[in-house]
Design a protein around this ligand. Sequence first.
Ligand SMILES: *Cc1c(COP(=O)(O)O)cnc(C)c1O
Length: 375
Amino acid sequence: MIPFSKPSMTNLEQQYIAQSLQNTLCGDGAFTHRAVEMLGSRLENPRMLLTTSCTHALEMAALLCDLQPGDEVILPSFTFVSTANAFLLRGAKLVFCDIEPETMNMDVCLLPQLITPKTKVITPVDYAGVPCNMDAIREIADRHTLYVVEDAAQAVGSRYKGKASGCKADFACYSFHATKNYVMGEGGAIAIRDEEHFKRAEIIREKGTDRNQFLRGAVDKYTWCSMGSSYLPADPLAAMLCAQLERFDEIMKKRMNIWNCYHTAFAPLEQTGALRRPVVPDYAEHNAHMYYLILPSSDRRNQFIASLQARQIVAPFHYIPLHSSPMGIRLGAKHSSLPVTEEYADRLVRLPLWTDMEQSAVDQVIDAVWKAVTG
Ligand SMILES: *Cc1c(COP(=O)(O)O)cnc(C)c1O
């Protein structure tokens, strides 16, 4: 069976984890500091905190936005549940925005009509590691004095107009979950644009205390300062991430080779209209997080998945749109209000792609895709 995803582990990860076990194990140890330094330089923002997950990074962002019950947050429906839960936990109202068919990202043209006096946050999601149209989102947010919380869970290493993904957001949230490009099992990070929010974030992340300042010697004891929780990962997980970040370019290059193999191999199938390939806009450089295909219909997509399954290949579809999920319906989202989301969620399928995937497996997938759509 060719699995959909598999983390890439080497002796380096093992060596760093073994080393970390000699230390105190708790959060914000030596490996966390190293990981944050490497992340800060890769993601071009020194105001970076390592978190227990991207879900928690999003929850921190929602806390930092100071949402009041009834405040509105605009987000796509075609996303992971955490994008929505983070704001729901703060009592905000979710306003779902449709996507553009080319990238499956938020359709920026629809934003003006969704903004009301209650709107406080816009939350773009960089699907498949392809950044959203951030200048347009930033411009609208600035005009209405809104926060931009970028769910860049899949976009570690992607670039927008030459700069690291997340650079235009007030808060950018990244994931190092085992299924992402760079992994620490469960983990994430938040990048913060301004210093005041960063200071508050350090406190929120440490149970509402100024323990970070205490550890730096800035205060002689630490105390309760604000509402907060525990969002710091244990240092052995940061050790795993350090090894992955040292392998940053190697991992990116291997994934990119596979992505490009798929993209070249399926060009003729796109010509005949048998399928559509992902579109990467001129402003974006992706990170080869995911390779997906758009089939002509939902039925054809489902036959495609079965056909690959019969050839021992796992090719899953992706999100059930949040607005049509049981929770979305309970929240009062109108069905059939997001036509592009509904249509494309039903036509999309993802192909196996992981760092150490052998060329023979890639070739096997390509062969199976050709047979599924032409045979
Ligand atoms: C993976 C993912 C998350 C959640 O990340 P965790 O680190 O598992 O919490 C959130 N949003 C998107 C778009 C994701 O792909």
